[in-house]
Design a protein around this ligand. Structure first.
Ligand SMILES: [Zn+2]
Length: 92
């Protein structure tokens, strides 16, 4: 259930030439680190999907992200990619 909610926090572009994202979750977004509503200062993390044109992004509180170790950041990034990969082919 948590994964289903979290997938709504991930924005994406279908093609690198797009100037606006295909899906932008900003209005109801939560920080994936602390699960609280996003407030400034925020940070947008962009991820390129391997071998694809699609790219993902998610937003976090800047201090939450800065307090993570590199390993922890990698864990969040790969969980976002996994969540999105499972959702692939379905409508948001
Ligand atoms: Zn946070």
């Amino acid at each position: 259930m948590r994964n289903r909610r979290q997938s709504g926090l991930i924005g994406f572009y279908d093609d690198p030439t797009q100037t606006e994202p295909t899906y932008d979750p900003s209005a109801r977004c939560q920080c994936i680190v602390c699960n609280r509503q996003l407030t400034p200062p925020m940070k947008t993390i962009s991820l390129m999907l391997r071998g694809g044109k699609r790219s993902l992004f998610f937003r976090v509180h800047a201090p939450c992200w800065e307090n993570l170790s590199d390993d922890e950041r990698a864990t969040y990034e790969s969980s976002v990619i996994d969540t999105e990969a499972r959702r692939e082919g379905r409508s948001p």
